[in-house]
Design a protein around this ligand. Structure first.
Ligand SMILES: Cc1ncc(COP(=O)(O)O)c(C=O)c1O
Length: 501
């Protein structure tokens, strides 16, 4: 067999198996040890038939799995400039410590006295995240950003009901918002009121004021917003919301652009969720799980999901006695590994966390400057304004002039070894590419991305057909986007595997 690059349709490991092969020869000493261990397992709990595992030599096993890893692209391979996702490099020291036995062998039912180390980490995370966000208390329970939003919406709802304001049943959400904002508001029972973005790329404050009424329960906002633009009228927005006895909710998915520089709490936000799996360097997108920590101002502390961790000066302990708690939003204490990874990240950066924001903003604007003048690219919103953590460009002009659309450009980036950015979001920008390079990409990588875009748009004007066929250098070619989004998406994959049995 000659060496080949991994392609879709690789044989599964059982198909490579042959009776005559094996990886290890089990010597007599091991057998003796294994038999002794076996004798301690009650007869009725022992396996009745031989374990069905494939027979291969060790080198075949290693090559098989190494080939499979080559089919995947991740941030350890190259840049992943997915806007709104903050796919930064995840330091290996965090992985190392989160995989320490003292973390992995903890059990959620373990006595608190024997888990003081992890409780201290959780307590410190609550304190540090409250400090970073300008709030008073945090719950580490929600397992994702969207779950944090849902938690926040439930807190808003319960607060209003407790204060006799049952009629507050509307959540205002800008049209540039991530889809999870209206979805989580609706799940919590709110009617979603959509407001537009102005030509500067900010929330239209006049439309916001017109939408406010006694029914307004809150406004969900991310700042910087999904266009990467800082909402400069945020203090006026906060005043307008608070005058209506409503709450300002901060979708913290975009905190990377301002962390350590300004605090959402100081801008007037009352409830905040943070995506530890974005801003705080815990892996996501296949590397999860996530953590959507929720932090609140004093007034809302008693509403947080329980348990939270407290400290009495001698020991750390779980508190379940918050008087108005909305209850649990996930099992046990939340996803612990992203919390440990983010703890290591924060502990290693300390006050230098501010540089995360500074460099991510510098990288964003450097790349934006290089792309903004390319033929076929336009900005639609916020012409001439600085961006924070990300920017959005439109290929609408390119599509009209050459037939090459945002998807074709994205697929052509894959052929040049660069992961595509987020495309067709936010919905208010036609043929959108939402690009976020984070602080962890080097100047050389930013230039590589810019050069790839330049080459692609130039090619669009001379050979658009070639770009329509991209990608051709990846382990799978262009997928049918309609089929890929159909509820039966997985059927062909499973059929393919099942057909082999
Ligand atoms: C702006 C914004 N808000 C909320 C979310 C939801 O976060 P999660 O994917 O952790 O549920 C995302 C996710 O990409 C996002 O970009």
């Amino acid at each position: 067999m000659t060496y080949r690059q991994a392609k879709w349709g690789e044989p599964i490991i059982f198909e490579l198996s042959k009776e005559s092969k094996q990886s290890f020869i089990i010597d007599d000493m091991f057998k003796e040890y294994a038999n002794e261990a076996l004798s301690k397992i009650p007869e009725d709990l022992r396996r009745k038939s031989a374990l069905k595992i494939p027979n291969l030599s060790e080198v075949e096993v290693v090559r098989h799995f190494t080939r499979l890893t080559q089919m995947a692209y991740g941030v350890d391979v190259g840049p992943v400039p997915l806007g709104s996702c903050t796919m930064k490099y995840n330091p290996k020291v965090s992985e190392e410590l989160a995989n320490d036995q003292r973390v992995t062998e903890l059990h959620p039912y373990q006595d608190e006295e024997t888990a003081q180390g992890i409780l201290e980490i959780m307590y410190l995370m609550q304190r540090w995240l409250a400090e970073i966000t300008g709030t008073d208390e945090c719950s580490l329970q929600p397992p994702a950003g969207a779950s944090g939003e849902f938690t926040g919406a439930l807190i808003i709802k319960k607060y209003h009901i407790d204060h006799g304001m049952h009629y507050k049943n509307e959540m205002i959400v800008p049209d540039a918002a991530h889809g999870s904002n209206p979805a989580s508001s609706a799940m919590a029972g709110f009617k979603v009121v959509k407001i537009p973005t102005d030509s500067d790329g900010e929330t239209d404050i006049n439309a916001l004021k017109a939408a406010l009424s006694e029914r307004t329960a809150g406004l969900m906002l991310t700042n910087p917003n999904t266009l990467g633009i800082f909402e400069s009228k945020i203090l006026d927005i906060a005043d307008a919301i608070h005058e209506r006895k409503a709450f300002l909710y901060y979708d913290g998915a975009n905190l990377n652009g301002i962390i350590g520089v300004v605090r959402p709490g100081d801008m007037g936000f009352d409830i905040i969720h943070l995506n530890l799996h974005k801003t705080f360097a815990a892996p996501h997108g296949g590397g999860g799980p996530g953590a959507g920590v929720v932090c609140v101002k004093k007034e809302l502390k008693e509403y947080l999901p329980t348990p939270i961790v407290d400290y009495d000066g001698r020991k750390y302990f779980f508190r379940y006695d918050l008087s108005k708690t909305i209850g649990r939003v996930s099992w046990f204490y939340g996803n612990i590994t992203p919390i440990v990874k983010s703890f290591v990240y924060l502990a290693s950066l300390g006050p230098a966390i501010r540089e995360v924001a500074e460099i991510s903003v510098l990288n964003t604007n450097y790349l934006l400057k290089k792309l903004a003048n390319l033929k076929g690219i336009s900005l639609i919103y916020g012409e001439g304004r600085w961006r924070k953590h990300e920017f959005v460009v439109s290929f609408d002009k390119l599509r009209k002039e050459t037939g090459v659309n945002a998807e074709d450009v994205a697929k052509s980036l894959l052929d040049r070894g660069i992961h595509a950015p987020t495309i067709y979001f936010p919905l208010i920008v036609p043929e959108a590419h939402m690009i976020e390079v984070t602080e962890t990409e080097t100047l050389e990588n930013l230039d590589l991305i810019a050069d790839a875009y330049k080459e692609i748009v130039e090619k669009a004007y001379v050979n658009p057909e070639e770009l329509k066929k991209a990608p051709k250098n990846t382990s799978v070619g262009r997928l049918d986007a309609i089929v890929a989004n159909h509820p039966n998406t997985l059927a062909p994959t499973y059929k393919h595997v099942l057909a082999r049995k």
